[in-house]
Design a protein. Sequence first.
Length: 286
Amino acid sequence: MPVLGLAHDRCLVMGVVNVTPDSFSDGGRWLDADTAVRHGLDLVATGADIVDVGGESTRPGATRIDADEELRRVLPVISGLVAEGAVVSVDTMRATVAEQALAAGAAIINDVSGGRADPAMMTVAAGTGSPIVLMHWREHSAEMQQHTRYDDLVDDIRSELLVQVDAALAAGVDPGRIILDPGLGFSKTGAQNWTVLAHLDAFVELGFPLLVAASRKRFLGELLAAPSTDAGSGALRPTDGREAATAAITMLAATAGAWCVRVHEAAPSADAVRVAARLRQEDARA
């Protein structure tokens, strides 16, 4: 399903620019607007199709900032990237931030709450005609890991996503502008994240473009942790040591039919999606 007219002969790559002091992987590195713009352009130069700009951390345990601070962080970065020709998405749960980001040139709303944190988000998406990512979400970061009980993990996530799809459609959002994200790491344990990844086909089957955001997340750090010793469990692999595993997930997602992957480093995943696309071409010939 085409979104924004971007190439669909392969899975797309969305590069992350966190304009925050406290994001789990790169908090504080891109807080200055000029530095953030340069980083976004570096992501494009190394293979990102979309640059995702966010001003509020959603790592587990994060507390919220106010809308004015979020706008102060993201608007100059969005404007600067758009001026250089980048396709930009805005990572926000606030309708007011999304509306102003779109006015500044952003092309996609990436709402990790799936429209649940701010019901006005659906109205903004409908009124502007913007594509919107609806992620599976149950509660804000400070409490989200208290909400990891499911009767049937995959079926429950699918059902809860479809509730948000229905809300978007009821608000007038064009169904061709809806993108889904199963929400790895949000109200999910490490083991549950792996179950979701093993069943990506169940989310692709819903018929909407699928965004997969596994990059550098804790469950990869747990998998790659140092061996346990008599003194206790091994240390998590640092976030910048999780890139190879992230690229492996990108390959998995692309092979499963994902529309896009969201990553912190573009180059490894840009290579992976091209490998996946070439294999799919070969499979189609067989």
